[in-house]
Design a protein around this ligand. Structure first.
Ligand SMILES: C[S@@+](CC[C@H](N)C(=O)[O-])C[C@H]1O[C@@H](n2cnc3c(N)ncnc32)[C@H](O)[C@@H]1O
Length: 301
C-alpha cells in the first residue's frame, strides 16, 4: 500500500461559520493519543485476544482512524501473518504509526493511507478481513453511513469491530477533601454536553440512536456481539498514570472551565498545581479505572 499524502484533507471539522470550541487539531494531540493508547495497552490486548478467537488468519486488517498507530502495531503483534493498513485523516499521525511499526519489526507488512473517512477506504487495494475502528466513528458526521461504507470494504466473512462507549473514567474518589464532593461526575456531565455539541457541529452531522449492534445490523452485517473491557490500575498511581490524568484534566479545564462553577474551577486549579500537596501530582488516592466496549459483526459469506 502506497503512502498517500492528502494534505488538503484536514480531518478537523470544516466550518464556514468560524472556529468553534469543538474543533480538534489531531496532529497537535499526537503525543497525548500515543501515551493514552500505551496506557490502555492491557485493555487493547484483551480486546484483541477476544477478536483473535473470532477472526482466524486474517490477510488484511484495516485500522480506521488509527491515530499514531499504537493499536495498529498491537494488531501486527497478535496477527503475525496479517498485513495492517492504518488509515487516518492526519498524515503526521500516520508517520508516527509507520515509524512505530518499523521499530516493532513489522514495517514490511504495514501500510498507511491518509484521507477523509469513510471515503478514503475506496483506495484500499483489497477487501479487509478485519476492520477495526477505535474511538473514531463518533468523529464522523453520519455514523450509520460510515458503518455501511466500512461494511462494504469487508471481505465476505470479514469482521467489523467498533470500539465505542463504555464507562466514564474515574481517577479520584467521590470526596477528595477539597471542594464539593462529586467533581468527576460534574465534569462528566459537562463533557457529555460538549460531546453532543461536537457531534452536532460535524460536517454532515446526523443524529442516530447510538445502538451500535443495531447500526451494525443496519449496515448489512450479522452475528453482532458486544463485550466490555476494563482498565483497572489501582493506586498508588504510577508516574505514567499521574501524567496522563494531569494532561487530560488540564485539557478539560482549557475547554470547559466556563461550564463549571467557581468552586469546581478552584478545585481543578488546586488539582493541577504541582506546588499544592492536594494536587494530582502528590495525592495518595489517585487510581485509574475505565471501561471500553467493542461491538463486532460479520459480513455474510
Ligand atoms: C480519538 S482518536 C482515536 C485514535 C485511535 N484509534 C485510538 O483509539 O487511540 C480519533 C482519530 O480519528 C481520526 N479522524 C477523525 N475524524 C476523521 C476523519 N473525518 N477522517 C479520517 N480520520 C479522522 C483522527 O485523526 C484521530 O487520529
Amino acid at each position: 500500500m502506497a503512502q498517500h499524502d492528502h494534505d488538503q484533507h484536514h480531518p478537523g471539522h470544516h466550518h464556514d461559520h468560524g472556529a468553534t470550541d469543538t474543533e480538534i487539531d489531531w496532529a497537535e494531540m499526537a503525543s497525548l493519543l500515543e501515551s493514552e493508547a500505551e496506557l490502555f495497552t492491557p485493555l487493547y490486548e484483551r480486546a484483541l485476544g477476544w477478536l483473535a478467537k473470532e477472526v482466524t488468519e486474517p490477510g488484511l486488517i484495516v485500522d480506521a482512524g488509527s491515530g499514531p498507530g499504537v493499536v495498529s502495531c498491537l494488531f501486527a503483534e497478535v496477527f503475525e501473518g496479517a498485513r495492517i493498513v492504518a488509515v487516518d485523516g492526519s498524515a503526521p499521525l500516520l508517520e508516527r504509526a509507520a515509524d512505530r511499526a518499523a521499530r516493532h519489526g513489522a514495517g514490511d507488512r504495514f501500510g498507511t493511507l491518509a484521507g477523509e473517512l469513510p471515503g478514503v477506504l475506496d483506495e484500499l487495494d483489497y477487501p479487509a478481513d478485519l476492520l477495526w475502528a477505535s474511538r473514531s466513528v463518533h468523529h464522523l458526521g453520519d455514523q450509520r453511513a460510515a458503518l455501511a461504507a466500512y461494511a462494504a470494504r469487508l471481505a465476505p466473512g470479514g469482521t467489523l469491530a467498533v470500539l465505542e462507549g463504555g464507562l466514564p473514567t474515574r481517577y479520584l474518589p467521590r470526596d477528595i477533601g477539597i471542594g464539593r464532593p462529586g467533581l468527576q461526575s460534574r465534569v462528566d456531565a459537562v463533557e457529555a454536553d460538549w460531546f453532543t455539541r461536537m457531534r452536532t457541529e460535524l460536517p454532515g452531522s446526523v443524529a442516530h440512536t447510538e445502538d451500535w449492534p443495531a447500526l451494525l445490523t443496519s449496515a448489512g452485517l450479522h452475528h453482532s456481539r458486544s463485550r466490555t473491557f476494563l482498565l483497572d490500575l489501582p493506586g498508588p498511581a504510577t508516574e505514567r498514570v499521574r501524567t496522563h490524568v494531569v494532561t487530560t484534566l488540564a485539557r478539560t479545564r482549557g475547554r470547559l472551565a466556563g461550564e463549571l462553577d467557581a468552586e469546581d474551577r478552584a478545585t481543578i486549579d488546586r488539582l493541577l498545581d504541582p506546588a499544592d500537596e492536594a494536587s494530582l501530582h502528590h495525592r495518595s488516592d489517585v487510581f485509574f479505572l475505565t471501561a471500553h466496549t467493542v461491538h463486532t459483526a460479520v459480513r455474510p459469506v
